[in-house]
Design a protein around this ligand. Sequence first.
Ligand SMILES: [Zn+2]
Length: 263
Amino acid sequence: MKEQLERLIALQEADLRLEELAERKRRIPEMVEAARQPLQAAQALRDSTKQAFETTGKERKSCEQELAAQEQVISKLQDRTTKGEIKTNREYQAHLLEVELTKKKRGEIEEQILILMDAVDAKKKDLAQAEAAAKEADQRFNAEKAALESSVGALDDELAGLRQKRESLVAAVEPSLLRNYEKLKSSKKGQALAGVNKDGSCMSCRLQVQPQVVAEVKRATSILTCSYCNRILHWAGDPVQIVPIPEKPVELLEVEEAAETTE
Ligand SMILES: [Zn+2]
């Protein structure tokens, strides 16, 4: 029975590891998506920065067109005097006022152009920064993605090895014991077995196991279950001392152990 129990322990270990690795493999696509998030954020920032840069550039261009138009207005106004279109003093006063207003307008546009030129420069710098950050995020994402995808291969290898190990263990466990194990495994989230620690409690449900059961678990001559959580028990305390005299009667051994645990 000790051997059977040891195989079950190894089987549970393999099963838990299989579940863990399968879960890790399942989560890889979602981890790739999580790794993509900073890249998407950096790209969105780059795009919005680019748009702001282009908008400011267009504003500047339209201001420059406005300035050119204003220059034309001024030169037409000046033509009036050279062509002798102004006849009266009143007309002349009106003309001067018009020139003054147009030049004032031109000054405002020039000022606006200077502000926009500064803004274009600043946005150009922002864009260069955002583009570099997006490029860096892209490289980082690709490296993370490649690492995650290559880990699938390693996981598959380990999974295949574990499945093989599981098969040989399953073949070596008594069918009824195996059925019991499988049943417990599905109802106990993979934990079909529970260790009994040196204080004599079940390490799964934490409850105290009866002393005589602890003694039998230590000896491992039969399959015992926890009366509270039903898991198959195995000794997980200090290594059990092997009695050096092989001809020592089993009965005596039982008496000794019972005495020891009922103190
Ligand atoms: Zn228990």
